[in-house]
Design a protein around this ligand. Structure first.
Ligand code: FMN
Length: 164
């Protein structure tokens, strides 16, 4: 049986676009390697200075990876939104997308879902199952879109005035 864990956290990444890109690239690199070793698949969102990650895999692997991630100083306030067993994986590989701004501008249905996601994450009284379904559907849609650009890694909240 496969487990899925979804958490949200607040980014602690600071600095200019170049530093942000570099940190994200480090996360991507180590995560791709470790996740493959541990049979973890899923998706990492970055939007509105927030990370939301979907992890799927064997129960031990998911809890092991999450216990490592939650102590990472590049984010804070990790909060589990959803943790359950699932019939099968929703994702065939691990991936990460950061360009939520792009969705807002170019994909109106995804933009509507994103607004719900933002509201749901802040409001703990909302049904987490709905949030999970929304997150999975947006993530799969983002993967499906041929026209979706590869992560642009533009910091949404970081200071853009600092020179490189
Ligand atoms: C938002 C965020 C998501 C991360 N996602 C993963 C992940 O999916 N898999 C992973 O192995 N590490 C991930 N990391 C990196 C881990 O926190 C950790 O740095 C990495 O696993 C190396 O751990 P180690 O230094 O104990 O070897 C993530 C870090 C952050 C900040």
């Amino acid at each position: 049986m496969i487990s899925t864990l979804i958490y949200s956290s607040t980014s602690c990444l600071v600095g200019d676009a170049f530093q942000f890109d570099r940190e994200m690239e480090k996360i991507r690199h180590v995560a791709a390697q470790r996740n493959e070793e541990h049979g973890i698949t899923g998706f990492l969102f970055y939007f509105d200075n927030r990370f939301v990650q979907i992890l799927e895999g064997e129960f031990e692997a998911v809890t092991h990876i999450y216990s490592r991630i939650r102590h990472d100083e590049r984010h804070k306030g990790a909060r589990i939104i959803w943790f359950s067993e699932i019939e099968g994986r929703d994702f065939s590989k691990w991936s990460m997308e950061c360009s939520m701004n792009f969705i807002e501008r170019n994909h109106s249905e995804l933009s509507v879902k994103l607004k719900f996601i933002n509201r749901f994450i802040s409001d703990t009284s909302q049904q987490p199952i709905m949030l999970r379904d929304l997150l999975v559907s947006v993530a799969l849609e983002m993967q499906r879109r041929q026209d979706f650009p590869k992560p642009q890694l533009v910091p949404l909240a970081a200071n853009r005035n600092t020179s490189r």
